[in-house]
Design a protein around this ligand. Structure first.
Ligand code: ATR
Length: 272
């Protein structure tokens, strides 16, 4: 049976095995998918071992996405833009093709599942880490009026700005400089919520009719969505949809079949 895995650190709570098993059952694909913990300094050896064992593909998650990009022999254009990878295809000669399906997953969730228009909208993205790197190009491809990156550490936001500015109308700042600015869509890509925290943001950032999206998800309202609720949004949603959609993209890459994601989306937190 063809074997696949998600590799990260930590990995125990990953929902990817359950998602891919459901895709496999739904599409009648005979495949195995497991979660593997790689030591923080042992990613390369962990991948080499899986390739030797005959794995056909892998998903890569925090904190290895940039290392994964560097390790692969070939890269899709979208992985090259992101300089980070979340999916490996093990090719016939056992070389690795790296892809990045995170941005496609986010954009598909926003546009297809949530009915959000990105074109001509003012978008604010919070954070400047690996999670942002993967989604900037796909968001800019939809021609927003403006995409602003705000981060606690200004230099990281400015670094992303210098790398992606040629792809669209992009700007960067710290959180304090957001006072007086307004956006139609606010996306949280910081990991602050994992520590129960939320960047201190000025009120009045969200335009009437706007919405808020958290790239993270949890059983209960995330700190960002808690903040979002108080901004009178037209809608808000957590990132379970992005997770499911990036998984569907990876599944399509491996198996050539696009699974139906709707049965997996009912557990997500979103406004009515
Ligand atoms: P990831 O790959 O998940 O993006 P990362 O590269 O470590 O992880 O980036 C984490 C992001 O969350 C960064 O933007 C970080 O801000 P800094 O660049 O200033 O470190 C942000 N972040 C984490 N904890 C935060 C907090 N308590 N408040 C605000 N931002 C936070």
């Amino acid at each position: 049976m063809d074997r696949y895995a998600v590799i990260g650190h930590p990995i125990a709570h990953s929902r990817s095995p359950a998602i891919h098993r459901q895709f496999a059952a739904q599409t009648g694909q005979r495949m195995q998918y497991e979660a593997i913990l790689a030591p923080k300094d042992g990613f390369r050896a962990c991948i080499a071992e899986r390739v030797k064992e005959g794995f056909r593909g892998m998903n890569i998650t925090v904190p290895f996405k940039e290392e994964a990009f560097a390790l692969a022999q070939e890269h899709t254009p979208r992985a090259t833009l992101a300089q980070a990878a979340n999916t490996f295809v093990v090719q016939a000669d056992r070389s690795l093709l790296a892809d990045n399906t995170d941005g496609a997953g986010l954009v598909r969730d926003l546009s297809s599942n949530l009915g959000v228009t990105l074109h001509a909208r003012k978008i604010l993205i919070l954070g400047a880490g690996g999670a942002v790197r993967g989604v900037l190009a796909p968001l800019l491809a939809h021609n927003p009026a403006h995409l602003h990156i705000a981060n606690r550490t200004l230099s990281r936001a400015e670094h992303l700005l210098s790398q992606f500015a040629h792809l669209g109308r992009l700007s960067a700042s710290g959180y304090d400089d957001l006072v007086g600015h307004h956006f139609d869509l606010i996306i949280n890509a910081t990991s602050a919520g994992l520590d129960g925290e939320q960047p201190a943001l000025p009120d009045g950032l969200l335009n009437p009719g706007g919405g808020c999206y958290d790239m993270f998800y949890s059983q209960t309202l995330t700190p960002f969505l808690h903040w979002a609720q108080q901004q009178n949004p037209r809608w808000y949603a957590d990132g379970l949809g992005m997770l499911v959609e990036q998984a569907a993209e990876a599944f399509y890459l491996w198996r050539g079949i696009r699974p139906d994601t709707t049965p997996l989306l009912h557990q997500r937190l979103r406004s009515p």
